[in-house]
Design a protein around this ligand. Sequence first.
Ligand SMILES: NC(=O)c1ccc[n+]([C@@H]2O[C@H](COP(=O)([O-])OP(=O)(O)OC[C@H]3O[C@@H](n4cnc5c(N)ncnc54)[C@H](OP(=O)(O)O)[C@@H]3O)[C@@H](O)[C@H]2O)c1
Length: 282
Amino acid sequence: MSRREVALVTGTSSGMGLATAVGLARAGRTVVATMRDTGRADRLRAAAEAAGVELDVRALDVTDADGARAAVEGVLADHGGVDVLVNNAGRGAVATLEQLTDAQLQEQLDVNYLGVARMTRLALPAMRAAGRGRVVTVTSVGGAVGQPFADAYCAAKFAVEGLMQSLAPVVAPFGVTVSIVEPGAVASDFTGNVHRADTGGGDADADDPYAELLAAYLRRTAGAFDDAQTSESAAAVIVEAATTDAPRFRWQTTEQASAFVGLSLADLDGSRVLGATSTWLT
Ligand SMILES: NC(=O)c1ccc[n+]([C@@H]2O[C@H](COP(=O)([O-])OP(=O)(O)OC[C@H]3O[C@@H](n4cnc5c(N)ncnc54)[C@H](OP(=O)(O)O)[C@@H]3O)[C@@H](O)[C@H]2O)c1
């Protein structure tokens, strides 16, 4: 008898990861919902109970190579496969290049790029052996459009989109599909979890040449998040990408996100994006 598809989701303590784990379980998948600290699983467990589904909640920090290997091995041993990998874990950083330390640049790559590469590499052998699999990675509109004060974050999300676009045709002959999902502003714990430039806090710092630009950017961003999509609505697109009979590479979670990504993909001389993003700083 064939077993139910097994889905491993990263970063499920909140936001889109939480809603995706519940959504995939509702769609009939056996879901391994992972998070750094399983002591923070209360919201996930409550959402699963409300939806009437069961989840296998496990610890996983995607920046920990040994832990990631042990987690995937454990899922394979206990569930017999990993058919769907949703690389959702991620974290933002608000700072321009001069405000970023090497450690902050590295931290952004570790969670948003290297963690995704590592998890995908660990899951691929079982997918190839099974002759089927789906890798769905939550990137961002910031994976296609570079944005002010998102230098490190967009760089990592661009990197992961390049990785996935390169990988997609190579694993397709083995029955593995690769997709990216590009949300715009989504209401979640994301803005609270973001690393911020240390500008001294509070009012614009007179010694910081970027303080006024950053203040203007933060005002604009707050407006964008007033209209943010819910995590559940964005997760519905992630679940669709992970379960559809007609998989495709690139998904956005709103029409606005599609328009924004489209601006960049059609911007051959670079003027369209810079024309738009420079207005965010005034
Ligand atoms: N919200 C937005 O506007 C937005 C827009 C575009 C794309 N995204 C992307 O969407 C994804 C989900 O974000 P979200 O909006 O749902 O934000 P969120 O509520 O902050 O969720 C992010 C999740 O990632 C987890 N995480 C962070 N570092 C991790 C690590 N090293 N290992 C494992 N898990 C880790 C967090 O877990 P902890 O509880 O352990 O911190 C949290 O569960 C991210 O990749 C983000 O970049 C978000």
